[in-house]
Design a protein around this ligand. Structure first.
Ligand SMILES: C[S@@+](CC[C@H](N)C(=O)[O-])C[C@H]1O[C@@H](n2cnc3c(N)ncnc32)[C@H](O)[C@@H]1O
Length: 272
């Protein structure tokens, strides 16, 4: 069974809180089939978490400048599972479009972790690649998001989203990572942030506060921090901390409108 102790024994940079956030979000994807993809593998610390969430025929794509597949296999094995369906891609991520069958991979990936070069140019290109392969329920994770060490890593992700507003939206920021999802999946994931995420993080052992300090009219993302006692496990805007402003669909038809529509649909079927 996957545990933090097993992941923590693998060399790398992946934090405990990220492990908890990943597990909470990957658990949400149990009904969503899809491959998993990582750029920047090192010795396989975060990749081993993904390997534990791979099911059936799903593939785990692993790209690194110099991929040490032996070390990654050993890491995955140390978590108690056999490495399977790995697709090793040794070399710079810039070469990936020439190595992969992108047509066949269209909307086939549900998790895409970008943790490689951390330059603006690379992360922008990696997002272009992610857009070609990530499915409608997919999540893209950007490492070192808002890290002062790699300013371009953040500015270019934001530039990408501004230039392509229908590709990805920012869902969450926390513990050095940014989480993006497809715009149409944002209401669903945001609902989960409000309803299931605090309990899921507690379940995996992370003591956190989830802040939503703005609303859907703005960058509708949450921020996840270490637990802030004054704020509690979940908090809204500074002036209205007990409330989250959410994007939700609303039922607008009355019974008569439903009836009229049913008649319209039946007429169309009979007339065919
Ligand atoms: C911070 S480490 C990855 C950490 C890893 N995800 C973990 O869980 O510990 C960054 C990795 O990115 C790789 N890398 C750097 N530039 C790259 C590029 N242009 N394309 C692919 N991989 C790259 C490095 O070789 C290094 O192994």
């Amino acid at each position: 069974m996957l545990s933090w102790e097993k992941i923590d024994a693998i060399p790398g940079w992946f934090l405990f809180q990220s492990y908890c956030i990943w597990r909470a979000l990957l658990d949400q994807q149990t009904g969503t089939p899809g491959d998993l993809f990582e750029i920047g593998v090192w010795r396989g610390r975060s990749a081993s978490v993904l390997a534990n969430y791979r099911k059936g025929d799903e593939k785990l794509y692993l790209c690194d400048l110099r991929l040490d597949e032996g070390a990654v296999r050993t890491a995955i094995q140390s978590t108690g599972i056999a490495p399977a369906h790995l697709v090793g891609l040794s070399g710079p991520s810039a070469d990936l479009p020439g190595k992969l069958d992108l047509k066949a991979m269209h909307q086939s990936v549900r998790w895409f972790h970008i943790d490689g070069e951390h330059t603006g140019t690379a992360v922008y290109r990696e997002l272009e690649l992610a857009n070609q392969v990530v499915n409608p329920q997919g999540i893209v994770v950007i490492d070192d998001f808002f890290s002062p060490r790699y300013p371009a890593n953040t500015t270019e992700v934001i530039r990408y989203m501004e230039k392509n507003p229908f590709h990805f939206r920012l869902l969450a920021v926390g513990f050095n990572k940014g989480y993006l999802c497809r715009p149409e999946a944002l209401p669903k994931y945001m609902d989960f942030m409000a309803s299931g995420m605090p309990a899921a993080l507690t379940h995996y052992g992370a003591k956190t506060t989830i802040f939503k300090t703005t609303g859907p009219w703005d960058t509708d993302a949450v921020g996840i921090t270490k637990y802030v006692p004054d704020a509690g496990p979940i908090s809204g805007t500074d002036h209205d901390p007990q409330r989250w402003h959410m994007m939700r669909t609303r039922h607008v038809w009355g019974p008569k409108r439903h009836l009229l529509n049913t008649i319209r649909v039946l007429k169309a079927v009979v007339g065919r």
